[in-house]
Design a protein around this ligand. Sequence first.
Ligand SMILES: [Zn+2]
Length: 99
Amino acid sequence: MKTLLSILVLSLIFASCATLNLAGGDGRICSLHNRGMQKSVIRVHYGRTCPERGNTDEYPNAKSIKCMGCIVDSIRYRRAIVWTCKSCTKAKRKHHLMN
Ligand SMILES: [Zn+2]
C-alpha cells in the first residue's frame, strides 16, 4: 500500500512540474475584443521550428502551442497554461479554414 501511495504522490508531483503557468493574475481582458479571457491548457513544443501558424493582429490571444525553442533544461514542460480569448480563437479558426 505504501508503494502505491508513493507512486501516486510522485505522479502528482511530476504532473504538476510538467505544466508551465503563463497565466498569472486573476483575469485578463483581450485588448482587441475587449472581453474577458479564460485560462487554457496548451501544448508545449520544443525545436527550431514552431508549428504554431501565425498569431497575427487579427487574433493575438489565440495561442494553441507554446514554442520553447531548443531549450536543454532539466525541466521539460509538456503543457502550458495561458490566457485565451474566445473571439480570437474563433477568428483564428475561421482564418485557417479559409486558407
Ligand atoms: Zn480577442
